[in-house]
Design a protein. Sequence first.
Length: 429
Amino acid sequence: MGSFISEIKTTAVQSIVLKLPAGRHCFRLSSWSLFGHRVDILSTTPFLLVDNTRLYPLIQEHSKRFKKHTETVVLSLAKLSGIFPDIERITTILKTQIKGIHVKKDVAKWHTQVLYGSISHSLWVLQTKYKISFKVVSAWRIFVYQALEIFKLCLPGELADMNLIQERLLTQRPRPNPHSWHKREPTEVEVEAATKIQKAVRSYILRKATRCFISGTKEFEEFSEGLNVGADFLAKNSLITGGCIFDTMFKLEPELLGKFPFFTDEWARGFFKSYKGVFNEIQAPRGWGIVFREIFHFEEPQFLQVTAKVPFDTCLLRAFNNDNGRELPTLMNWVAPTVYTPNMHGYTLVMDGWATSTSIPAAGYLIQLVSSNEKLPLREQQGVRLSKSNILSSSSSELGSEEKITTKLNTRVIREHYFPDRDLNIFRY
């Protein structure tokens, strides 16, 4: 996966120099020689020289520049909350210092709406994961909303439709509909009742949020306590919180990624998942057998590379589109990296091998799916079809994990002589 950089052809000593810009870079070295050879790699900055098994977890992580930037943003938010209740000082900082940084990046008003949506979603994720109090999350949502309202006045551009941002946020929180609402539209009475409830709840929330900034009230004390507790949590978990906020923001608006210095690092990120299994012995010399055969389903179009490790070289890895039965392009007996699009029946990956003059004993194999998309394909279990509910229940936390395949396939080899006929038939059973 990648473009060709350079090559060295020599029978003695030769070197090559690569001048690389700041950021993370990943290269693959391939060497061939009739006899022994030696490769020396020198760099002015630290680097790692590892195989694919150890490389994939590294390229899946965020880059150092991304981590440093997100950590700085979260610590700045925690520091800004410590100034409360001095609203005038907070307003001065937002209008002078922070405005000067973001205007250079051509940030518009509607970007603040995306930022608030990402922070709100990240607080919801952290609340469910770390059991944070609802009062703390509510206090921080109110504080961030008011801070962004002040910051929004200093930026050019127009506001976006908040309904579109909310719809995108709902895709980050998959919740299947109850069985009673399956394929059912609400009636006019139900819509009217739900609207009345929403009006009452919104008016209550607005009144409570307004009283949070009035000194001496009960809401003001709870708000201040929630900000302090939340600031302590953010300071201790700044890296996790910042990563969640910026990941959500770039999913809501991918164009924002190009406005940050770590754009090239994050653009080159890769995600992977491993599958391990055991194939049966290929007993007969010059015999043939199936190493594995699995079906995968894709949620989104993505560029994917399939790699496999087996203890012998005489094998062929192929991929088939189950909707039309066509085989995908191969490169040197290996399925080529290509773009997989979602379909009805998924894609079948098949690896078959053949023995040479000796048999091949039973051994383990490793399949790795590497993609630029975070939503990697899902493996179809034997006898269980994937549905939308299965896909919604799957989580991205499985990235980088290792799944065991317990299926073993037996093969039968039939050898016979054939007689050519006018219809070019070889055999029929």
